[in-house]
Design a binder for this molecule. Structure first.
Ligand code: DON
Length: 321
């Protein structure tokens, strides 16, 4: 009887993972009718998303997969790419170097803030906002932009356990309206905090945001971080366990923008959102949830994705604290 789940949890008797499939469907059913929020407005093509879409998936560290609703509907990964590119950058350059170049703190300002950069001498501070993500993408190895981009695409594909491809329409739409990110790239360059051509790096960043994933993919990608860097579905080691720890610490501090503290306080698991409506939440040693619903709250976080993951956090005992 699912009606008793929250009460059971509050008395300490966790229902456990034996009912996970049922609970994923229940989380989806409970929030399927919620129509609150608005689709993203500032990227033209995202404004055309179907607000009815709602997908949910959980993947555990043993590789068990549980999908509900539109879990295999593709959408552009957007800002969720930031955490996985960040993991690849630490794998390549190490904890200290990436910490010093990009920083690990929450800016407390919106994800596309120029002021956040100006207030900190051009130091991005936070790899989960656009300036920090552009600085992180610049750290990808490769002699040419094409090589750097291929490194990003292959790396994220290894997390997902399948070849991810670019959504050309989203990439084009965003490229045409990308002046703000180009401005952030130029400002980083002006402060001497970006190596290479800033427009070329912003272009790779724009491509990484336009990679297509599904809620199911997000759950596999997150479960790879939960599993200490080994993709639990393919068995491939993607990054080291130390990289997972570093990445999840930063995601906990800043994954839901300026609502990150509230999210950690109420739900208690590192999670990253993106403006197309995706959220991935990672419970180390247990597994991850991926969710997708395009209707967003005022901070740009998917409403139904937050509600469904919140329910699963309570029902599966995912809260870290
Ligand atoms: O750069 C942008 O604004 C989008 N490609 C991604 C924004 C997003 O998902 C929110 N980010 N933290």
């Amino acid at each position: 009887d699912l009606a008793g789940v929250e009460q059971e949890v509050s008395t300490g008797a966790l229902p456990g993972w034996d009912r996970v499939d049922e609970l994923v469907h229940e989380a989806h059913r409970r929030h399927a009718a919620d129509q609150s929020g608005m689709v993203a407005g500032y990227i033209p093509i995202l404004g055309a998303a179907d607000p009815a879409l709602f997908g949910l998936a959980v993947v555990d560290v043993a590789g068990g997969v549980h999908d509900a609703g539109d879990a295999t509907h593709p959408f552009s990964i957007q800002s969720i790419s930031k955490m996985f590119v960040y993991a690849l950058a630490i794998q390549e350059h190490g904890h200290e170097r990436v910490r010093d170049i990009v920083g690990v703190n929450n800016t407390g300002l919106p994800f596309n803030s120029v002021m956040a950069l100006e207030l900190n001498g051009g130091h991005p501070m936070n790899p989960m906002v656009n300036a920090g993500a552009i600085a992180t993408t610049a750290l990808m190895p490769g002699a040419t932009s094409a090589e750097k981009w291929e490194r990003v695409r292959r790396g994220l594909s290894a997390f997902a356990g399948r070849e991810l491809t670019l959504d050309e329409e989203v990439y084009r739409s965003e490229s045409e309206t990308n002046q703000r990110n180009e401005g952030l790239g130029s400002l980083l360059s002006g402060y001497g905090r970006l190596e290479g051509d800033s427009d070329a790096i912003v272009d790779i960043y724009t491509r990484q945001c336009a990679l297509n994933v599904t809620a199911h993919d997000l759950a596999v990608m997150g479960a790879t971080l939960a599993d200490g860097g080994v993709n639990p579905v393919t068995g491939e080691r993607v990054v080291s366990a130390d990289v997972c720890r570093d990445t999840l610490a930063v995601v906990a501090a800043s994954g839901l923008y300026e609502r990150s503290g509230e999210w950690l306080f109420e739900i208690g698991i590192p999670a990253k959102s993106g403006v197309s409506g995706g959220i991935v939440a990672v419970s180390p040693g247990k597994g991850a949830a991926g969710a997708f619903s395009p209707l967003l709250d005022s901070a740009g976080n998917s409403v139904r994705s937050q509600l469904a993951i919140g329910y699963l956090s309570r029902a599966l005992g995912l809260n870290l604290f």
